[in-house]
Design a protein around this ligand. Structure first.
Ligand code: DGY
Length: 330
């Protein structure tokens, strides 16, 4: 008998076909609306595998309804939407999609630094609104990236790729990470700083750390106050790492120069959110990994992880390895 799996969003057909070769598939196929909680609660009861997105909250309560679940495959590198401890407690494997989205997300991080620092969206809106009357010496002037100091918070794969790009702009690259990475320091010519010093010294600060209870509100009032008034903050990790209320005040009062945000505490961000009223913030709808090639790679990788999990093989990108190592798997 084929294993049963549930897919929480309409996926590209070749990916669904690949899963169907091995599994009985049920899929939430409403175009781009997250699966309602009640539907997921029912579907999870008897499936062997769940293929989900970062829009689904896979919490303890939901997992308590799963009777056969062996693997949860998240189509994202971040997995803060899943209660991994609760899954591990039930012997359920949790997988993610690292690696394939690194360069695409680093590209977007760089694009946001430039867009916010050089006021690209504001300038484009200015032109379209018919405000461009003449070339003028200080019109829409921003911050240089070339030769500036970049501070990377969280030196994972994406952080390292951003550092490589920064070298091409002759930037001095600083990083803060839970653990020091001496090899990367040598290889990339980058320097470790504690968070406080990094914030004080950087012209551009990129948030690229995973979202965990420890990193929640890592950047708030106190940290923003340390930054230069010419500094640009970019967040392409998760919204909850930066306190949005504090960021609003820092941007509004000129405590920092600008921000580029791809992620928000609540997604989609409400259209009446105060941050959206500011000219010095560039906002994007969580598209860090959104190139056609990368999203296909992520979808395929998540499918492979799912299939390995339901076939009782060790998935390539397993988050809770100890479940297998300690023989706890379902
Ligand atoms: C992830 O993978 O965690 C991103 O936020 C979406 O690509």
């Amino acid at each position: 008998m084929k294993p049963n799996v549930y897919i929480t969003r309409k996926l590209p057909l070749p990916v669904v076909e690949k899963i169907k070769e091995v599994c009985e598939v049920r899929m939430w196929d409403e175009e781009d609306i997250p699966v309602p909680k009640e539907v997921l609660e029912k579907e999870i009861e008897n499936v062997d595998g769940l293929y989900c997105l970062l829009t689904e909250s896979i919490d303890k309560e939901l997992l308590s309804k799963a009777n056969n679940l062996k693997v949860i495959s998240n189509m994202a590198v971040g997995y803060n939407n899943i209660d991994v401890d609760a899954a591990s407690g039930k012997g359920i494997l949790v997988t993610n999609t690292p690696g394939v989205l690194t360069e695409t997300t680093a590209d977007l991080t760089f694009a946001l630094m430039m867009a916010a620092g050089r006021r690209l969206v504001e300038a484009s809106d200015y032109l379209k609104a018919g405000k461009w009357k003449t070339w003028s010496p200080m019109m829409l002037t921003g911050q240089d990236m070339y030769g500036a100091t970049l501070g990377i918070i969280g030196l994972g794969r994406i952080g390292e790729s951003v550092a490589k790009r920064a070298k091409g702009f002759d930037m001095d690259v600083l990083y803060y990470n839970r653990s020091r990475k001496k090899e990367a320091e040598e290889e990339l010519g980058i320097h470790y700083r504690d968070l406080e010093t990094l914030l004080k010294e950087s012209d551009f600060v990129c948030v690229l750390t995973p979202y965990t209870p420890e990193t929640e509100n890592l950047i708030g009032k106190e940290q923003l106050a340390l930054m230069k008034s010419s500094a640009v903050l970019v967040n392409t990790a998760r919204g909850g790492i930066v306190n949005e209320g504090d960021l609003y005040h820092a941007l509004k009062s000129g405590e920092i120069f600008a921000a580029g945000l791809d992620v928000f505490k609540e997604e989609p961000i409400s259209l009446d959110h105060p941050l959206l009223t500011l000219p010095n913030v560039v906002v994007l709808p969580h598209i860090g990994s959104a190139s056609k090639k990368t999203r296909m790679n992520m979808a395929n990788l998540a499918a492979d992880n799912l299939l390995q999990g339901v076939e009782r093989k060790t998935p390539k990108h397993l988050v809770n390895k100890h479940v297998i190592e300690e023989g706890l798997s379902y």
